[in-house]
Design a protein around this ligand. Structure first.
Ligand SMILES: Cc1ncc(COP(=O)(O)O)c(C=O)c1O
Length: 383
């Protein structure tokens, strides 16, 4: 007697990131708007960038938004605008994308690191004051993975020492600290619109938000070769303009950002609930003061390579953000830090695994990620 034919189950695959599904949903609207940019030949800066700047400032609840070439420009021009230069020190964290430190280096200043909290993975305010010297000219907390750093104690220490705070909100579009948008607490808030970000362009783009008309003007000049008016250069600037296509795309996508962030939060809730009780995993902890927007949903596991390849075999792709903290990168070897300099950042960097995270994840996909991880840990809540 032959056995009834078994239907092959379709294999679920879960990419780490899928930008195409979102593009297809927005295709007609975006193509029409890009055609308008071309009709208007508004390619470099121009009205489409200005319209996005207005909308983004409103979204953040900030007075000014200035579009720039990318998030690194946003940080670098912010530092230049507040007068950071050679010989100065700028305090930040070692577990960030290298651009935070590069922006400091490009001013001729030196990055000084403080370790992170094990709970939030953000700057540990208890370690901040010790790192301040006479040379400290700015503090850059980074809202890593989409969760705001604990800003009140940072701002209090900064105020006591009269040091400006610049927020690296490059991963935190729409994130909140005590009910107010990340990026609105410092003298500037810096955003990246790299394509994979919660608000991602179709190319490179960034923005600085600020309450200060002087800083907004200064950044507008710096992004445009130091021009106060065409061909009159009051200072040495750079070409850090946002292009018109990016302004058009970002304006359309901004309308959906809040909804997309909510979807990210609901996927994160599925992961956190589904992975609860597995003792080999630490899931992200949303702090009481924060509204996390899960640009990255990073868990911590030991023997990360084995874990990631087991997930890969089940069709789940993961990422690592970031495998080497900045103080141990070759590029910053000249700072003479070594292993053990920032132990929390080092421990976390060795264990972080970023699970798939994008708004268009389906319930079947998030469930599959949870099942694959539970199977890896033997299906038992206690392994
Ligand atoms: C925390 C952080 N800072 C700065 C940047 C730099 O932004 P961009 O790549 O747009 O220059 C990024 C981008 O990945 C980032 O994640």
């Amino acid at each position: 007697m032959s056995l009834p034919e078994q239907k092959a189950q379709p294999k679920i695959t879960v990419p780490y990131l899928d930008l195409k599904t979102q593009y297809l949903a927005l295709k007609d609207e975006i193509h029409a708007e890009l055609a308008k940019v071309m009709e208007n030949t508004a390619f470099a800066g121009g009205s489409f960038v200005a319209a996005f700047e207005d909308d983004f400032a409103k979204f953040c609840g900030s007075q000014y938004a200035v579009g720039v070439g990318n998030g690194t420009d946003a940080l670098w021009l912010s530092l230049l605008a507040i007068g950071v230069g050679p010989g100065d020190e700028v305090i930040t964290v070692p577990n960030t994308f290298i651009a935070t430190a590069e922006a400091i280096s490009y001013c001729g200043a030196t990055p000084v690191f403080v370790d992170i909290e094990e709970t939030s993975y953000n700057m540990d305010p208890d370690l901040l004051e010790k790192a301040i010297t006479k040379k400290t000219k700015a503090i850059i907390p980074v809202h890593i993975f989409g969760q705001a750093a604990d800003l009140d104690p940072v701002l209090e220490i900064a105020k006591k020492h009269d040091i400006p705070v610049i927020e690296d909100a490059c991963q935190a579009h729409g994130a909140e600290y005590k009910g107010k948008k990340a990026g609105t607490f410092g003298v500037t808030g810096c955003f990246s619109f790299y394509p994979g970000k919660n608000l991602g362009a179709y190319g490179e783009a960034g923005a600085v938000i600020t309450e200060s008309p002087e800083i907004a003007e200064k950044i507008k000049m710096l992004r445009d070769h130091g021009q106060s008016r065409k061909y009159y250069h009051d200072g040495i600037g750079w070409n850090a303009r946002m292009d018109g296509f990016q302004g058009a795309v970002l304006k359309i996508k901004l309308k959906r950002l809040a909804e997309w962030n909510d979807l990210r939060r609901s996927h994160a809730a599925v992961f956190t609930k589904g992975l609860a009780g597995i003792s080999g995993i630490i899931t992200p902890r949303e702090q009481a003061y924060a509204k996390h927007v899960y640009h990255i949903y990073a868990i911590r596991v030991k023997e990360r390579e084995k874990f990631m390849s087991a997930l890969n075999e089940k069709g789940v792709s993961c990422g690592i953000h970031y495998p080497v903290p900045i103080h141990l990168q070759k590029a910053y070897g000249f700072l003479n830090h070594g292993e053990g300099s920032f132990p929390v950042a080092e421990r976390c960097a060795a264990e972080f695994v970023s699970l798939p995270m994008f708004p268009e994840l389906t319930p079947a996909q998030t469930a599959h990620v949870v099942t694959a991880i539970r199977e890896y840990f033997g299906g038992s809540p206690n392994k």
